[in-house]
Design a protein around this ligand. Structure first.
Ligand code: 1CP
Length: 342
């Protein structure tokens, strides 16, 4: 279906745009009272993720309310480990928790490479409903966690400040680590392809814990598998967001993907030099700027847009929007991007 607003796609593939497109990571599930109303009427987060017409509804809310240039399908990166055999619970105010985690080679062997259209049919159905209801207004972004980030949850069983159990595995049993990363990679390729078949117009890999690794480790255990995924996905533009991996920007620039996400610590000019002219850059306003007043949000956004230049940029924050940011501040950021004059 033809898109009415294809700014994000044009920017991703390097075409000239009349203005910079804008969306926010985590725009769907954190800040809108309209989201909380639906979420609070249910038993929990998982019910929302697994109920396609409601997942579609909260996916579209930011398009209606915030007027962003893209929707991102409401789901979570943790549906992948679950489909492979490790089910999770989302514990209120604490976050994800996996009862079983990976310790031994036998544990890795017991994981399956799932039939994603069966095990994750609710995601595909949510994408189909969203595409129908969006009716071409804006592109729909599909996503998955990058293998290293999914690996971290499979070993740790929950969030962590240091991810030291996951890192310990890289030092003590690299063979197990590679076997597990391979399985996650194969599943992720199938999963992203299924999302694209269901209607995703762009896909993004979230490598949220990339910055925990050393440069050498990120090349060996992170980028290696991100690269395999990029090589396998040729159908739609691909974005890679490796949070904290400032040290690997040169290698990220060599991936066969369209867009590289920058966090707020990555200097824009230096990133362009390291990544090269062939990639679109996405980001990278400090999410905490949205705590400041409207005037400062406009000022900081303008400064950011000036540094990126008009083409090959998708405006976003440097990580997900924080839950206690008020929607009026988010709208101020979006409006600042839309009214900016190069
Ligand atoms: O927020 C949205 O726009 C909706 C879609 C979305 C996305 C893109 C959710 C819903 N999760 C994600 C990605 C995701 N999930 C990432 C990568 C992006 C990032 O770095 O922010 C990660 C690391 C997760 C894992 C996860 N899921 C955590 C973090 C745990 C930790 O280690 O600190 C948490 C708390 C969740 C729960 C979750 N996922 C999404 C929502 C709305 C929630 C909150 C659950 C609730 O409503 O109770």
């Amino acid at each position: 279906m033809k898109l009415d607003n294809d700014l994000l796609i044009k920017a991703a593939i390097g075409e000239n745009v009349e203005r910079t497109p804008v969306w926010l990571m985590r725009q769907a599930g954190r800040i809108l009272p309209e989201y909380r109303a639906i979420r609070n009427s249910l038993s929990g987060f998982k019910e929302l993720v697994e109920t396609p017409h409601l997942a579609a509804e909260v996916t579209i809310q930011p398009v209606d309310i915030l007027d962003v240039d893209a929707a991102i399908i409401f789901s979570d990166i943790l549906v992948v480990p679950e489909a492979m055999g490790l089910s999770y619970q989302m514990i209120e105010k604490k976050g994800p928790w996996f009862e079983k985690t990976i310790h031994t080679n036998e544990d890795v062997d017991s994981l399956v490479i799932p039939d994603v259209n069966d095990q994750l049919s609710y995601v595909m159905e949510a994408i189909r409903i969203t595409k129908k209801e969006l009716n071409g207004r804006v592109p729909l972004i599909g996503f998955a966690g990058a293998p290293w980030t999914i690996f971290s949850y499979m070993i740790e069983g929950q969030g962590s400040k240091t991810f030291s159990k996951a890192k310990k595995m890289l030092y003590t049993n690299p063979e197990l680590a590679h076997n597990l990363l391979k399985k996650i990679t194969l599943t992720t390729i199938k999963y992203l392809k299924a999302q694209i078949s269901a209607g995703a117009d762009v896909v993004q890999l979230f490598d949220s814990w990339a910055g925990i690794l050393t440069h050498q480790q990120y090349i060996e255990f992170g980028i290696k598998y991100v690269n395999e995924i990029c090589n396998a996905i040729n159908e739609v533009p691909v974005t890679v967001f490796s949070k904290g991996a400032y040290f690997a920007r040169k290698e990220l620039g060599e991936l066969k993907c369209n867009t590289i996400g920058l966090d707020w610590n990555m200097d824009i000019k230096k990133s362009r030099e390291l990544i090269g002219p062939e990639k679109t850059l996405q980001g990278n306003l400090d999410p905490c700027v949205l705590y400041s007043d409207f005037k400062n949000i406009q000022k900081q956004t303008n400064e950011m847009l000036c540094k990126f230049g008009k083409n090959r940029h998708i405006a976003n924050l440097g990580h997900g929007v924080y839950p206690d940011i008020t929607p009026d501040k988010v709208i101020c950021f979006i409006e600042a991007v839309k009214t900016y004059k190069n």
